[in-house]
Design a protein around this ligand. Structure first.
Ligand code: F6R
Length: 263
């Protein structure tokens, strides 16, 4: 696990954007796993800028989103489908037919989840998976005590997550759905490269538990310690509780030059 601590969400998002740009340039038909929420917004802005100003093309890119609320339609303003269109897809040259987001309005959720897994496998698996981090250590919507080998399925949000996400529902917690469809922890772990972003003091405990705590389903993100290629990019505030903060900085500053080139 590489831990990169940068001064602000701005510089951390620039670093993440460089990684995504490098990966897309290397493999234009890349399969990306995408996240929603506040954390990736700056990264998406930067990738849009790269598309508009530098011609970074998404025309051959396929994307799979991590999750979606159950019980709201794709065109609901707080759906993750709307989020992705508004904040990312509509600004790119991406083929919308190649953008997959779980459907929260399907009748047969278990069948939909099986099909989603098949679609990911059929696309050749996820090359680079973007993750945010829940304040309780969730990834996707795999809440504490989720099976660490779980696949795409329905999950029940914790009261904490519903409270955290009420801001997308005009601060009406009662409007935040209780259920979601989410890629499983096992699904996420099959991505070839995982980039986890976390910003702000509210994430500091979850960041410490993820990187330095024991691997436990109580902190689903801690399973990332068992993945071969994870890049954690955080700002100073999110790094606030890390015990080995200075060591991670030192490692990053002293990367061999060949590693700097590949990002
Ligand atoms: C969203 C997702 C979640 C969020 C997490 C952090 O697609 O999978 O795991 O990444 O809840 O949310 P923010 O970024 O809003 O703090």
């Amino acid at each position: 696990m590489e831990v990169i601590i940068l001064s602000s969400p701005e510089s951390a998002s620039s670093k993440a954007a460089e990684i995504f740009r490098g990966s897309i340039k290397k493999k234009p038909s890349i399969v990306l796993g995408l996240a929603t929420g506040s954390t990736p917004l700056l990264l998406y802005k930067k990738l849009v800028q790269m598309h508009v100003s530098d011609g970074l093309s998404f025309s051959k890119v396929t994307t799979f989103n991590l999750d979606e609320y159950v019980g709201i339609s794709a065109d609901h303003e707080a759906s993750y489908s709307s989020f992705m269109k508004e904040n990312f897809f509509k600004h790119l040259d991406i083929n919308l037919d190649n953008t997959y987001i779980p459907k929260g309005s399907v009748n047969d959720v278990p069948q939909f989840c099986l099909d989603y897994e098949k679609l990911i496998a059929g696309a050749g698996g996820i090359d680079v998976q973007l993750l945010g981090l829940g304040s309780d250590g969730h990834i996707g919507f795999n809440e504490p005590t989720s099976s660490l080998v779980s696949r795409t399925r329905i999950k029940t949000l914790t009261p904490q997550t519903r409270e955290d996400n009420a801001r997308f529902f005009n601060n009406r917690i009662q409007d935040v759905p209780c259920h979601v469809i989410t890629m499983g922890v096992g699904t996420i772990m099959e991505a070839k490269h995982i980039v986890l972003l976390a910003f702000g003091a509210g994430k500091a405990k979850a960041v410490r538990d993820t990187i330095e705590g024991p691997v436990t389903s109580f902190v689903p993100a801690s399973i990332l310690q068992m993945h071969r290629k994870v890049t954690v990019i955080i700002d100073e505030e999110a790094a606030g509780s890390l015990l080995k903060k200075d060591y991670y900085r030192w490692v990053y500053e002293n990367r061999p030059s060949w590693q700097k080139e590949i990002g």
